[in-house]
Design a protein around this ligand. Sequence first.
Ligand code: DQA
Length: 142
Amino acid sequence: MKVLVINGPNLSRLDIRDSSIYGDMSYPQLVNLIESSALAHGFTADVRQSDDEAQIISWLHEAADNSHPVIINPAAFTHYSYAIRDAAELVKSPLIEVHLSNPLAREEFRHTSVISGVANGTIGGFGPNSYALAMSALKALL
Ligand code: DQA
């Protein structure tokens, strides 16, 4: 089964983001980890990244139309994109929100997720392992 893994803005630049928050894995390394963890759980991961809200919305529509489960790190859109929230709500297969960092342990503006309410669950704070934990959660849901 295919899992659509959607990464939001600035995640492709992990190489220059604060490694004390996001760790020292590059984005290509993160993609490798996601792909191998998917395979270990019997899934194929289709891993995508965009800085563009409209693009992320159209990928969520694609997942809704094709009944693909979704793992999404909406990055900063987590905190304010009602449009991504509404698109995520259209996905009837499991949808899991992930974060590398623990947003609740950071600045106050990161304490709100407008996505969590339409996700099956949220996993954050475990670095790249958040994605592996999401694969495991997905396996249990399907
Ligand atoms: C993030 C947390 C968000 O607050 C932040 O804007 C990101 C990454 C994470 O994975 O920890 O870009 O989603």
